[in-house]
Structure formats: C-alpha cells, structure tokens
Design a protein around this ligand. Structure first.
Ligand code: ATP
Ligand code: MG
Ligand code: MG
Ligand code: MG
Length: 573
C-alpha cells in the first residue's frame, strides 16, 4: 500500500464525546466515523484492523471444524415468537415492519434462525456433531451506547452454534470452542482471562466469558492467583462466599448479609413497582470511622419498561436532599451513567441500613469499594431479559477465601470480548428441532453457542495497549505491520530507490507494508504512524544510506537502531 493512495485522516484532538482512551484514539487515528448514536462507519484504517481480527477468528474456527455460513440480518418475528424472545428481549431488539405490515427483527444474535436451519436439515444422529458460524452485523438497541466500538448498537459479532446428539457430545463441542477461543485471544496478543459466567436468561448449564484485562473495563472479574478459580462477578457472587468472609474490621454501624429468600421477596415487590414509569428510591448507607458517622445514599432507578434497575451511589453525604425523576438528571448530578459505576469515594465495606421506600431493601443491598470495584448493589435486568437479582448481588471482595480452598480472591477489571454457552435443549425444544437417535427415536438437539465481539476487540486491544503518542497495536492486529518513511523521496534518487526496493521486498516477504510517499515532514509523518500504532517503522534517509544503513524503530522503542539495508527484512520478520 502507498499512503498517497490510501485514506489517512488523523486528528490532533479527539471529539469531546469520546470518554475513554480507545474511543479517543480510534477517532483521532481516523479508524471510525460516527453516524449516529452507537452507529459508526468503519473507515479504511479501522476496517483493516477489523479484517485482521476476522481473519484470525475465521482461521481458528475453520481449524476447529466449524463451518461458515451467513444468516440474514432481517429475521421474521415468528421465529422469535417461537422461543418467546420476541417479548423477552424487550427494547434491545430492533423491530421493523415490511410494506405488508409484517414484523421482523434485526438480528441481535441468531439462535432462532440457526435452529430453524438445522431442524429442517438434520434428520439423523449420523449427521452430528455440527458447528456452524458466521461473522455478521448485529444490532442491539443498547440502553446507553457508548465508548465507540465497545458498546455500539450496530456491531460485528462472530457467532457459532454447535449441535450434538447428547450432553457429553455438547460438552465436547464446548471444550473445542473454549480451546479455539484461547488460541484466538492468544494470537491477538492480548492479556485475557477466561472466567466462569452465569448463564442468566439464556439458560443452559455452563458458560464462560473471555475478558481482555484493562483497568477501564466495565466488568469485574474475580480470580484466585494461586489456583485455577476464575469467575465473573455475577457467578462469583452466586456462591456462598459471604459466610466464609470474616466480619469486616471497619466500624460499620450495621452489617447485613444477602439472602436469597429475601431477594426474591424484594424482586416480587419491585415487579409491582416496575409498572410505574421512572421512580427512584433513596437508600442510606451509614458508616462510622474514628467515631464519626458518615451517610451516603444509594439511588435505585425503576423504569416502567422493566429494563433498568440500578443502584446508584452518591459521591457525598447530603444527597438525600436531591430528588431525581429522570436518568438524565442523575447523569447531571453524578456525572456518571446508569450501568457504569467507577470507583466512588473512599468508603470501606458498607451496608445499607435504611431506605425510604422499600422496607426490605436494607437486607439485600451491600457494596464495597476502595479496590476500584463496582458499587452496584443490584444490576438485574441488565441484558433486558429475565431479572436475576440473586445472582447479581455484589457480595465478593478482594481477599475473600476461594471457593476451591486454595487461596484468596483477587479482583481485576475486564472487557467482555467473548462468551461461550452450553445451551442444552432450551432452543431445540422450543422450536422442535429434533433428530432420530440410534433407536430411531426423535430426540432434541443439544446446543451450544459461542460469540466473539469482533469490533469490540479493537477497543479492548487499545485499552490495553496505548501510550501518550497513540495506539500500540499487537502486530497481529495492526492495520499495517511496517511503515516505510523515506526522507525527501522527491529530492533524493538514492532514497527513492532504496524505499521502492525495500517496499517491493517487504511485500514479497508477505509483510503488510505501507510506504509513506505523501511527502510530509518527518515530525508530522512520525506522529501519524505513532498515533495509528504501526508496530515497525523504517526511516530511509540519505545520511544513513551513505553508511549502508536504515533506521529501525519499534513502536515501543525509545530510540532508533541503525540496521544494514540488507538486514532490514530479516530484522522485522
Ligand atoms: P455485554 O455484557 O457487554 O452487554 P453481552 O453479554 O450482552 O455483552 P453476548 O450476548 O454474550 O453479549 O454477545 C457476545 C459478544 O458480543 C460479547 O461477548 C461482546 O464481545 C460482543 N458484544 C455484545 N454487545 C455488544 C455491543 N453492544 N457492542 C459491541 N460488542 C458487543
Ligand atoms: Mg449486552
Ligand atoms: Mg455480558
Ligand atoms: Mg455475554
């Protein structure tokens, strides 16, 4: 590629709505362009990275014997009604009508269509196992799209679906996908962690999320540094850890332990309340330090569409005086958005001791911070599906004993980039997808499903790899592996010739190379490629050439190294 024939459009400043570093840098590097809320054009530079992500995913999926097909974006409502998800998905499902007034969904995922394909194609156990996948655009009308490609409304996902004759087969298929995911994220060159996850509304018996580890991650993952234990917060909290935890040393006024029975009672109570439009409940958190009592306030939002229920924490005591009636108002006062709570204040473990509206609330909300860990007391209904209050309690803190008895728990922040599920027969039963077993009897297909957020990977990779100059792509994901920067190509025949030769050699060696023939000054040229994050840079100048050298600098290197012209390709390879 020659830079003069490619489209490069960099910015000195990120637009003000870009809140996190990956969004800012992708905008500045000209990788994406916003069209509307959560909807982006993938610009040529960004698309190059997306294609690299896709290529790795595709290779590993094919190697794992998954078969590629492509399912439609627009899907008839009838299929979604068969599984009940037409109603369950709530407002996250984008619904459209055709000219005849028929309902369709724009796919947020493709279990229904996949199951429909398979129920008419698979007759016998002899055709199994099978695993189909596609890399396709998704639309989810996210409550709050944000952070560029991290939480878009339109985004690209790789989703795969396995079909087996029995449970053992399904578990084997799941293991194959789990291992393929491990290879995929390793090839991306990212620090990641696979954690046990709750299946939540999707049902089934087992599930793991793959998280890219980054301090800006929206999710908390819990792991044990001295054993294999790793889980997302929801799954960790579903375990009876609270009992094992020693009583907090802080001077709490009162403590309480979450209790599943009480939670259900509260859920019942909330369902009644959910019929209302927007309503907030203030909860007082009272702590005592050095004999001084402090009160903080949780806000619980209730919305009529059953979608959002979040506990909010006030930054300072005294917020009780505020009355919030809309989400926007809360945003304004708190400066943070529902569903995303960063570390707040310096409170130790806290307990809700009183509330103003729901009498039993005190018994199930608890939170802890200081360790940069979510304060969210309850976050049910987050995925706009079935509420899962019990599993969503924040009840695990750093230093808790582990569930496997092999150490204490640590918490770090992660970005969910992949998710594998053992679905079982939930969809095949609902949609009557059966096959004939060895005895000629119809049996429901055992299913698994496996997602990777293709476009989210870009954001996650940047959150983990950047510096003050810009993005630092792992080589496997970089839009270009190598940039050639000739100094005064138009003035010096020697430079022009050396640059053209090296360009041809690099291409022949299979290196994804770009020759910057735009005629920019060195400062501007280097700044562009540092911002864009190309891992290898070679500067070709008259001075070096006289000594038979070129200047090599890796994106993380602080200085350039003189490398003999003939050795450059070998040096990079
Ligand atoms: P999240 O918890 O972040 O909302 P999810 O659990 O709803 O994600 P899944 O249904 O498990 O997502 O989808 C599989 C993958 O698709 C996720 O692991 C994530 O990488 C990606 N993904 C989901 N929602 C989005 C989005 N709005 N924008 C970009 N990628 C997404
Ligand atoms: Mg989601
Ligand atoms: Mg999730
Ligand atoms: Mg998920």
């Amino acid at each position: 590629m020659r830079a003069s024939r490619f489209f490069i459009s960099t910015l000195k400043e990120a637009p003000s709505d870009a809140e996190i570093v990956s969004h800012q840098l992708m905008m500045r590097a000209g990788m994406i362009k916003r069209l509307g809320s959560g909807i982006y054009t993938y610009m040529p530079m960004g698309l190059k990275v997306i294609r690299k992500v896709e290529a790795i995913v595709r290779e590993e999926m094919n190697d794992a014997a998954a078969i590629e097909l492509l399912m439609p974006l627009v899907q008839p409502a009838e299929l979604w009604q068969e599984t009940g998800r037409w109603d369950k998905m709530g407002p996250e499902l984008l619904r459209i009508k055709d000219r005849h007034g028929r309902d369709y969904a724009f796919q947020p995922t493709a279990e229904e269509v996949m199951t429909d394909v398979v129920r008419s194609e698979i007759k016998s156990y002899r055709q199994l196992p099978l695993n189909f996948y596609h890399i396709q655009t998704k639309f989810r009308d996210e409550r709050r799209p944000r952070f560029g490609l991290m939480r878009g409304r339109e985004f690209t996902m790789k989703d795969a679906y396995s079909f087996d004759r029995d449970l053992a087969g399904m578990q084997a298929s799941y293991k194959v996908m789990y291992d393929a995911y491990t290879r995929i994220f390793t090839r991306f060159g990212l620090k990641f962690r696979a954690v046990a996850a709750d299946n939540g509304a999707i049902g089934g018996s087992g599930s793991h999320e793959f998280h890219v580890i980054a301090s800006t991650g929206e999710d908390a993952v819990v792991y044990c540094p001295t054993s294999d234990y790793a889980a997302n917060m929801e799954a960790a909290e579903a375990l009876p850890l609270a009992a094992a935890r020693p009583a907090p040393a802080q001077d709490l006024v009162k403590t309480s332990t979450p209790d599943a029975t009480k939670c259900e009672a509260v859920a019942e109570l909330l369902k009644l309340d959910l019929a209302q439009t927007v309503k907030t409940i203030a909860l007082t958190v009272e702590t005592e330090k050095d004999g001084k009592s402090t009160k903080q306030y949780f806000m619980l939002l209730l919305r009529g569409d059953h979608e959002l229920n979040e506990i909010k924490v006030g930054k300072v005591a005294g917020l009780a005086a505020h009355r919030f009636s809309t989400e926007a108002e809360i945003d304004e006062v708190y400066g943070c958005v529902p569903g995303y709570l960063g570390p707040i204040g310096t409170l130790g473990p806290v307990t809700v001791v009183a509330d103003r509206t729901v009498a039993n609330m005190a018994d199930f909300v608890c939170g802890a911070n200081d360790a940069g860990y979510h304060y969210t007391g309850a976050n049910w209904g987050r995925d706009a599906a079935e509420p899962a209050i019990v599993a969503d309690l924040r009840n695990v803190v750093e230093g808790d004993a582990s569930p496997d008895g092999k150490g204490v728990l640590a918490i770090e922040r992660g970005i969910e980039v992949g998710h594998v599920f053992q679905l079982g027969t939930a969809y095949s039963e609902a949609m009557k997808a059966t096959f004939l077993d060895e005895n000629g009897k119809p049996a429901p297909l055992q299913m698994g499903c496996y997602g990777i957020g293709i476009t989210r990977i870009l954001g996650a990779a940047i959150e983990q790899n950047f510096d003050d100059k810009g993005i630092v792509w792992p080589t496997s994901l970089a839009p270009f592996e190598l940039v050639l920067c000739p100094m005064g190509m138009d003035r010096s025949e020697a430079v022009k010739e050396a640059a053209e030769t090296l360009y041809a050699e690099a291409k022949a060696a299979g290196i994804d190379v770009i020759l910057d023939d735009r005629g920019l000054r060195p400062g501007g040229m280097f700044a562009d490629w540092e911002l864009i994050g190309v891992p290898h840079r070679v500067v070709i100048g008259d001075r070096g050439l006289k000594e038979g050298n070129l200047e090599y600098q890796g994106r993380r290197d602080t200085e350039a190294t003189a490398v003999p012209v003939a050795d450059v390709i070998g040096f990079i390879k």
